[in-house]
Design a protein around this ligand. Structure first.
Ligand code: PEP
Ligand code: MN
Length: 278
């Protein structure tokens, strides 16, 4: 089978697939995921959850298990963070997106997450991907920082071929020679991925750029490139964040951005639907 003809599940790439998470339909609505890089405390997470909900975010993100480059960096609060995320969902109604790093944690993390994230560093953790193919929970598959489109789609096939068809792709920047930004946001991969795969594709400008000042222009550009949604890191006090301090935006900045993203989506694609922005 030539890549581009059909996915592992046998769907032609042109037949777009939608993935429903907590009532929001990726691939039909424009879905905004927002929240802190990591769950640091109940107060920090609940404050952020309330703020992003009021600003129009559809899902709340927050890392409990953090894949940090250095073992001495903050690794996340682990299980207590999952409880905090449950409280945030109970209070705001926002479905939860959080990362699973280890196949042994899938059951525990899936008990809290509405959407399980596989991070860039684990995109080719084939044991983890195969296990995620066996569960009944949607998966957000981030692009490996050095992965080609073909490798990324093959990683998705590990999940799809196990029977789990609810996979969403997330472009989060790739390694290039450029050091001005943390990674290089590869926006051309959004329409390119859609030519070869029926899966929804969202964009994470936060990890792609590493710089708060670049989140707004890259988010708007992602809408124009045809992304199905955004993942944006928001923190009530970015300067003092335990991880990714330079790229997290304030709730105020997020509010203005979400408003303009919505306006651009409506301008380019028309029609607003109740659950989100179509
Ligand atoms: C994250 O989203 O929390 C994260 C660590 O991102 P990435 O895997 O893209 O680096
Ligand atoms: Mn982060």
């Amino acid at each position: 089978m030539e890549r581009g003809q059909t996915s592992a599940a046998g769907l032609p790439a042109t037949a777009r697939r939608t993935v429903v998470v907590g009532g929001h339909e990726f691939g039909r609505e424009f879905v905004i995921i927002a929240g802190p890089c990591a769950v640091e405390s109940e107060e920090q997470t609940l404050t952020t959850a309330r703020e992003v909900k009021a600003a129009g975010a559809h899902l709340l993100r927050g890392g409990a298990f953090k894949p940090r480059t250095a073992p001495t960096s903050f690794q996340g609060l682990g299980h207590p963070a999952l409880e905090i995320l449950q409280k945030a969902r109970a209070e705001t109604g926002l479905p939860i997106v959080t990362e699973v790093m280890d196949a042994r944690d899938i059951e525990t993390v899936a008990a809290t997450a509405d959407l399980l994230q596989v991070g860039s560093r684990n995109m080719q953790n084939f044991t983890l991907l195969s296990e995620l193919g066996r569960i009944d929970k949607p998966v957000l598959l981030k692009r490996g920082m050095s992965a080609t489109l073909s490798e990324w789609l093959s990683a998705a096939d590990y999940i799809l071929s196990g029977g789990n068809e609810r996979v969403i792709l997330c472009e989060r920047g790739i390694r290039t020679f450029e050091t001005t930004t943390r990674n290089t946001l590869d926006l051309s991969i959004v329409p390119a991925a859609k030519e070869l795969s029926p899966l929804p594709v969202i964009v994470d400008p936060s990890h792609a750029t590493g710089r708060a000042s670049l989140i707004r222009p890259m988010s708007l550009a992602a809408v124009a490139a045809g992304a199905d949604g955004l993942l944006i890191e928001v923190h009530p006090d970015p300067a003092n964040a335990a991880s990714d301090a330079g790229q997290q935006i304030t709730p105020e900045a997020f509010r203005a951005l979400a408003r303009d993203v919505r306006a651009l989506v409506i301008h380019l694609r028309g029609e607003v639907r109740e659950a989100g922005v179509a």
